[in-house]
Design a protein around this ligand. Structure first.
Ligand SMILES: [Zn+2]
Ligand SMILES: [Zn+2]
Length: 359
């Protein structure tokens, strides 16, 4: 049992607060992670309106060092550097046993609550809760990475990179020469751009409302940049000689952008949804057009990655310079500063990273 501060969302509609919590030892198939860095993802900010449960320790884009491992853990040991994988697969459900682990319906956290405040158990966001210097997660909820990988970059691999790069490679399965549109150039969208570039896309068209984000997209491989306020449909029409895009990746999570995405598709094209819309959002499309133009709309959670294979691979790509992450980190803050982020108007920059080494 150990005590530490954590960022806790106690009620919907109000900013989270810093609370002193107690963290129990890991169970037999669990590990205790000393969290060193945690990115602030849009999903953390959106928890204020649609967290699954409160009170909850926020944070899920994390990386750190294994401090202790339960007796049954074989995959990592104390001292290992790890990325938190917030989709720990169960290995037993019908999807896992049939080789379709990306659809696992047994994803869950620790066997019992490991974090308490005032004697009451706290939920942890996405099986993680990395806005705390300690996190207890299932053994499958961490993946070992090379120790020369900086913690801030490692943290980003665990959500923004997995979701964006993974969606391009494994969700959309972009092929060399494909025309790709990415709607939204935040942390996930910019990684989708990098994934499309790595996949060999012929044209990567990006739209966003923020000129800084668009400029970054250009640096990361986008071939054409469109301000979101412009006529995006007309611009994509012109850029593709009227054909439309083979792939549209929606990385914002807005119903009207989902509708826009469908309207940008070429024959045989696919919309891949990466952004989390509000739980009650509804979007419309013409089924007749979808049928006659043989198009598809699909969801993609966590980039459909195989975490044990892909997180170390992405780490190599970053250290080889094939994936750029440093320009994303627009600022680094202390844990105690996290609650303030929730009262700011959507801040500047792409990613804020919480440095927990100081905590
Ligand atoms: Zn995230
Ligand atoms: Zn499963």
């Amino acid at each position: 049992m150990r005590q530490a501060p954590a960022v806790v969302l106690e009620a919907y509609g109000r900013p989270p607060v810093l609370r002193e919590v107690s963290i129990a030892d890991p169970g037999a198939d669990e590990v205790l992670v000393g969290v060193r860095a945690s990115g602030v993802c849009r999903t953390d900010l959106a928890a204020v309106r649609d967290a699954r449960a409160v009170p909850v320790v926020l944070g899920h884009e994390g990386a750190g060092v294994v401090l202790a491992a339960g007796a049954a853990v074989r995959t990592v040991e104390p001292g290992d550097h790890v990325v938190v994988n917030w989709q720990p697969k169960c290995g037993r459900c019908r999807y896992c046993v049939s080789g379709r682990r990306e659809f696992c319906d047994g994803v869950r956290g620790t066997a019992a609550p490991r974090v308490h405040h005032g004697g009451e158990p706290l939920a942890v966001m996405l099986n993680a809760g990395t806005f705390c210097p300690f996190a207890v997660v299932p053994a499958a909820g961490v993946v070992k990475v090379r120790p020369d990988l900086p913690f801030a970059a490692a943290a980003l691999l665990g959500c923004a990179v997995a979701t964006g790069v993974g969606a391009a490679l494994y969700g959309a399965r972009i092929q060399p020469g494909d025309t790709v549109v990415v709607l939204g150039a935040g942390g996930v969208g910019l990684n989708a751009v990098q994934g499309a570039r790595i996949a060999g896309a012929g044209r990567i068209i990006v739209t966003d409302h923020d000129p800084e984000h668009l400029a970054l997209a250009g640096r990361l491989g986008a071939t054409d940049l469109i301000a979101a306020a412009d006529d995006v449909r007309g611009a994509v029409h012109d850029l593709t000689a009227g054909l439309g895009a083979d792939h549209v990746l929606e990385a914002v999570g807005a119903a009207q952008l989902v509708e826009l995405a469908v309207s940008l598709l070429a024959r045989g094209g696919t919309v891949t949804l990466l952004g989390a819309t509000a739980r009650d959002a509804v979007a419309g499309f013409s089924p007749r057009t979808l049928l006659s133009r043989q198009q598809r709309i699909q969801g993609c959670i966590y980039g459909n990655i195989a975490p044990e294979r892909d997180l170390p691979l992405f780490a190599d790509w970053y250290l080889q310079g094939r994936l750029e992450l440093d320009p994303f980190v627009s600022r680094t803050i202390a844990l105690a500063e996290v609650p303030e982020l929730f009262t700011e108007q959507s801040g500047s920059g792409v990613r804020t990273v919480v440095d927990l080494e100081a905590a």
